[in-house]
Design a protein around this ligand. Structure first.
Ligand code: PLP
Length: 421
């Protein structure tokens, strides 16, 4: 079945918002997508029907436990792991802090940590904090010309002293997708632990933690139609031995050893439903469909539907991103910051407009009901390396499955006006 953007849009209550008579056009997806009704309902249903703490011998606690166990299975299908390798936390930043605290707890012979200049601060700051414990932090270079990570530099920085290499799957500022499979392989070859920030990538492509061979991978459900919680994949070994800080009453097996305190149960219920939403897209619009063949013996399992769903979304978004890139680049005074054609990238496009600050541009767009972010988006080092840190950073347009070509035309019209063309 052909991708039906109206079917998708009808599921998002937030798309009814208007500003000064203009329908809202949400290009703020990399800061967090909108949430489908079914995800909202799953959270409300949790709170209405089975709100309880974990591990009790009564109905609501048992149902709550089942929902959380089911959510681990759903997120495992999303990332390609086993259910007990999935832990939940407050958000990605907090999960990476917990990981860094644990991995840096008992300094040994390996006293170097590699971070990158292309990363969000969430995968830099927690590791830099380990300098206090005597760790040496090495930064792999970002090339501002090509907007890509310098893989050779990353490789050169790995050594027998490396404890951890922390890098992102895709840049939330310029959309560049890095070769994480190769980076994880090089990290493993050096005997070090890989920690991948997949927050930006998670909305834009299928993830297979086993195929890329990472040790830890973290993402946040609010970037892929879910509520504000973080999700951590930890490879069984070394996760089982992670020396995390935890209470003596806390379960110490995986995945619990990094889950401090009571989890966000309703958020977990919502995250699982967000995965079902993606699976449903794969089912409806992907190559093999149970919707058109209900009960058919060829019906794929949830993992296959999720993979198909991610493919459907990118197939829809990439041509829109190409159009946006092409037309933006043609506007006088606009400078696009993007990887070269052919380099893997998400549908996120960033740019500046000569003579007008990014915050003023997004303010003008905001008045017209066009929602976009400006600034450094916490990818501070990257924006510094682009020479834009003292110029207000970038304007970022993030495409999500509910965006339409008409919205892009509206956006381009306003940018042309702002640029004085
Ligand atoms: C690439 C990337 N990493 C990490 C984060 C931080 O995620 P969280 O807000 O869940 O801590 C973000 C948030 O924008 C991000 O885009």
């Amino acid at each position: 079945m052909q991708y039906d953007v109206e079917y998708i849009r009808n599921q998002f209550p937030a798309l009814k918002v208007t500003v000064n008579g203009h329908p809202a056009a949400y290009f703020d997806g990399p800061g967090g997508t909108q949430v489908p009704e079914r995800v909202i309902e799953a959270m409300v249903s949790y709170l209405s029907n089975c709100n309880a703490n974990a591990g009790g011998y009564f109905k609501t606690s048992q149902e709550s436990d089942q929902i959380i166990a089911g959510a681990r299975c759903a997120l495992a299908d999303f990332l390609g792991s086993e259910a007990d390798e999935i832990a939940f936390g407050q958000n990605t930043t907090t999960l990476i802090y917990q990981l860094a605290l644990a991995l840096g707890r008992f300094p040994g012979r390996r006293n170097e940590i590699i971070i990158t200049e292309i990363d969000h601060e969430a995968n830099r700051g927690p590791w830099q904090a380990l300098e206090e414990k005597g760790f040496i932090i090495r930064e792999a270079r970002f090339d501002p010309e090509s907007c890509t990570l310098d893989l050779e530099d990353f490789k050169a920085k790995l050594s027998e002293n490396t404890l951890v290499a922390a890098f992102n799957y895709a840049s939330n500022a310029v959309g560049t997708i890095s070769d994480v499979g190769e980076m994880a392989r090089l990290t493993k070859e050096a005997g070090a632990i890989s920690v991948v920030d997949a927050v930006h990538y998670a909305l834009h492509g299928p993830i297979d933690v086993k195929a890329i061979g990472v040790d830890y991978l973290i993402c946040s459900a609010y970037k892929f139609f879910g509520p504000h919680i973080g999700v951590l994949y930890g490879k069984r070994e070394p996760f089982s031995a992670l020396p995390s800080y935890r209470l003596q009453v806390q379960l110490d097996g995986i995945p619990h050893r990094i889950e401090t305190g009571t989890l966000n149960h309703e958020g977990i219920a919502g995250a699982a439903e967000a995965v079902e939403f993606i699976a449903d897209i794969g089912d409806r619009f992907g190559a093999i469909s149970c919707v058109s063949n209900p009960g058919g013996h060829n019906c794929p399992d949830r993992r296959e539907k999720i993979l198909a769903g991610m493919q459907v979304l990118e197939k829809y978004e990439q041509p829109l991103a190409d159009k946006l890139l092409k037309h933006l680049a043609a506007i006088k005074g606009v400078r696009v910051y993007a990887p070269p054609a052919g380099q893997p990238r998400t549908s996120t496009v960033s740019f500046t407009v000569e003579g007008i600050s990014p915050d003023r541009v997004t303010e003008i767009l905001g008045e017209k009901g066009i929602f976009a972010w400006n600034g450094h988006f916490y990818a501070l080092r990257l924006v510094e390396r682009l020479g834009l840190a003292d110029k207000g950073g970038l304007i970022r347009i993030g495409l999500s499955p509910y965006n339409t070509e008409a919205e892009i035309d509206r956006l381009l019209f306003e940018i042309e006006a702002v640029a004085g063309n």
